[in-house]
Design a protein around this ligand. Structure first.
Ligand code: HEM
Length: 398
């Protein structure tokens, strides 16, 4: 057993998580890891998997669980009380509590809000066409989630600031200061969530928050579960969709042909969104814990090991995708898959909403403008586990 483990390549030789190059453009690193070290072992004992089929197979085994990771997630431990933090049977129970808010029919209503907010932002754009794409994406998606929850929308800058402080700790190799920043952010996030719940109690309505509070009153959800679910939707609900909105807008500046296709061919719009989701996963990694021994590609993985599943790598696996590094929205359907929204029972409940938000924001822009240019250097801050635009200066041209 020890011998097999000794043969497992060292993650640091292929995926040096702190390397600034990897944080900007991880794809050459992922490609080498897939070719030479599809399963590797990190210094802390975590096993790292990068191949599409391995993630789909091993990531979905009932013996590969999620709860232990959230139990030890520092201040993010709060999420152990929502669906994301549970395995069966509680996972299904909790997931059901929010599912009717994210059906295709409801999403049509939510994206009307996204469209309205985008139009309001575009109405404020002057003759120079200058706008910050990141601000636009955050405002449109955050306000959408606020109206879905039916909570005040007046705190967007704090939400953004605190999430920037809270996310870096989820890296494979957080810096010492990341823990402190995350604690501080969560202090704010807990206080704000408590305020929103108090506000919801004082203002009965028919939004998601009041629905959750009714479930608490009827004993179907605990107070902690309502708290964690509210915190997640309010603080996290905008984050990755707004990243994709920006990433696509930046792509349109580099590849006007893709923006032209988006404008001229409504039939390819969804494919452009899906290809971006494959191409540039906002959160490229998820983690799990094994509860039974596994052997993956000859590597023995003992029960109790942490698995780091690199979805961003799997999305460009050459065994699944032809020309994986090419943005090709005309791929055949079997090549248009991606793991960005996770897979198996925890696959993102907001996927349809997020994709619809991205599409509708671009559509509102495309209805008024025919070209998008960069008007300054974008500021992007990534770790190995999450990608964020701080700003994206754009010029929208008629
Ligand atoms: C592009 C945008 C988004 C991306 C890339 C994304 C990604 C993910 C991923 C990777 C997971 C699973 C994590 C894991 O398996 O460990 C997840 C779960 C989840 N997401 Fe999203 N998400 C996005 C947008 C949203 C939105 C807009 C909402 C709701 C407003 C949402 C709600 C959820 C919920 C409730 C879960 C937990 C599902 C469960 O545990 O059963 N997500 N998301």
């Amino acid at each position: 057993m020890t011998t097999v483990q000794a043969e497992c390549p060292a993650t640091r030789d292929f995926l040096p998580w702190k390397d600034p190059q990897l944080r900007v453009d991880p794809y050459p690193f992922y490609a080498r890891a897939q070719a030479e070290a599809p399963v590797s072992r990190d210094e802390d004992g975590t096993f790292v998997l990068t191949k599409f089929d391995d993630l789909m197979h091993y990531g979905r085994l009932p013996s590969v669980v999620i709860a232990p990771e959230w139990e030890k997630a520092g201040a993010w431990r709060v999420l152990k009380d929502m669906s994301l933090g549970h395995d069966e049977p509680d996972h299904t129970r909790l997931r059901r509590m929010t599912s009717k808010w994210l059906t295709p029919k409801r999403i049509q209503d939510w994206v009307k809000i996204t469209a309205e907010v985008t139009d309001e932002i575009l109405d404020r754009v002057g003759d120079d066409g200058l706008v910050d794409g990141s601000d636009l994406g955050v405002e449109a998606t955050h306000v959408t989630v606020c109206r879905l929850l039916q909570v005040p929308e007046d705190d967007i800058e704090s939400v953004r600031r605190e999430m920037r402080k809270a996310m870096p700790v989820l890296s494979a190799v957080p810096d010492a200061g990341d823990f402190e920043a995350c604690e501080e952010a969560h202090e704010y996030m807990r206080a704000r969530t408590a305020f929103l719940i108090e506000h919801g109690r004082a203002n009965p309505g028919d939004g998601l928050l009041n629905h959750l509070l009714a479930l608490q009153d009827s004993g179907e959800m605990s107070e902690a579960e309502v708290f964690a679910t509210t915190l997640f939707f309010y603080f996290v609900g905008h984050m990755d969709a707004s990243y994709l909105i920006s990433s696509g807008l930046q792509l349109f500046t580099r590849r006007p042909d893709i923006f032209d296709a988006f404008r001229a061919e409504p039939d390819v719009r969804q494919a452009i969104v899906t290809e971006l989701v494959r191409f540039d996963a906002p959160e490229p990694v998820i983690t799990r814990t094994t509860t039974e021994d596994l052997v993956i590609r000859g590597v023995h993985i003992p029960a109790g090991s942490v698995l780091r599943l690199v979805m961003g790598a799997a999305n460009r696996d050459p065994d699944v995708f032809d020309n994986p590094h090419e943005f090709d929205f005309r791929r055949p359907p079997e090549q248009s898959r991606n793991l960005t929204f996770s897979f198996g029972s925890h696959s993102c409940q907001g996927r349809l909403l997020a994709e619809a938000e991205v599409r509708v924001v671009w559509e509102r822009i495309a209805a008024r403008y025919s070209r998008i240019e960069l008007a300054g250097e974008p500021v992007i801050k990534n770790t190995d586990a999450s990608r964020h635009y701080y700003s994206l200066p754009l010029r929208l041209c008629p």
